[in-house]
Design a protein around this ligand. Sequence first.
Ligand code: HAM
Length: 416
Amino acid sequence: MINIPKGTKDVLPKDSYKWGKVRQVAEKLANLYNMHEVITPTFEHTELFVRSDGEGSDVVSKEMYTFLDKGERSITLKPEGTAGVARCFIENGLFNETLPLKMYYITPCFRYERPQNGRLREHHQFGVEIYGANTISSDVEAISIAMDFYKSFGVEPIVAINSIGCADCRREYINRLVDYVSKRIDHMCPDCVRRLKVNPFRILDCKVPECKEQLKDAPVISDCLCDKCKSHYSDIKKMLTSLNIKYKEDPNLVRGLDYYTDLVFEFTDATGQCPGALGGGGRYNNLVESLGGKSTPVVGFGIGIERLLLYLDSINKPIEDTNTLDVYVASMTTDECYVMHLCKKLRERGISCDTDLMMRSIKAQFKYADKINAKFVVTIGEEEVAENKVTVKDMRNGTQIKIWTNDLYEYIIKNR
Ligand code: HAM
């Protein structure tokens, strides 16, 4: 037997309604916030991710699914959604549209990581990117959309926030960081030695315990913020408070991708049950220009769908399947044509229905209808066919009536 590749997951038919619900919630939010869906390819030219996410990032240096296609082009399965949307924005001249342009996506992402609980090699993200606004309200709106998304599933995570400042603040910070790390680099991992040369900021992402220990007194970026960045960040916090969005400041939060500027944020669960972040994002005002587009400020986030579903299960709040079948037609007649015809008429009237395709006994058919929580069982035997009537049982309260077949549709619509 051929098994599923390591770090990937099947979504079984009994669970796929949860993904339907995620899509439904995303569409509802799109409507509420005036966002539109953007769909970009699953793979892009490798260079797009190298230039966007940063050569020193773990995603680019260790985790990308990269291969040469038959035309010898280096192709990468997208490890995240932001870079593809930026490419799409530039290539399709979306800067000519009325800005801000609010886009969302649900996309698979591929990262060659060591699989563990909540960490997959293929995961999916619900992401939002707000193009063209460089305001406090757009920063807060991004966080607010994510919060509303979580609330639709009955949870309210904590949002950790930080400002990584403008290019000047980061230059000053990196000088201090390099100074600090250089004195300790002999006790740090080979990756950090490389990061120190290529991209010192990424040293802060290191998960090796010895490196973490060395970094525990490292300078924090908040100490290097210029007055403008400080005041911007302070206004963001005021607006979050006024909108009743609970946040906590995390001066060590820098996020693992290179494109961020100014505000960064991450969603974690208050109970500490969820392994890793539930979602994260931030502002990135230089990415579009660095990819060859017109300078455009953007803020956005990505939420891991598998992680959310896992988290909901772990806190005993799984998404309920509320979409139950209206009618199960239990057949005791040899006239299969009659039964199929009735099902066709029910479906034409927008009534969901199913019937036995396996020649099972009437007892087994009722048992199945009960198992799938069908609202009504409509029984058709030889007698019903002859009389042009049906027996309808309301499975929720056990009441049973016999009615004309022609009256069935209205009866179900009224009582379902
Ligand atoms: P990220 O933090 O790398 O950001 O990923 C966003 C979320 O995707 C994570 O918080 C987590 O829930 C989920 N995730 C990431 N990697 C995995 C994995 N291996 N297995 C399962 N879930 C995972 C980004 O990707 C940015 N593009 C977000 C963004 C959008 N920033 C601005 N706009």
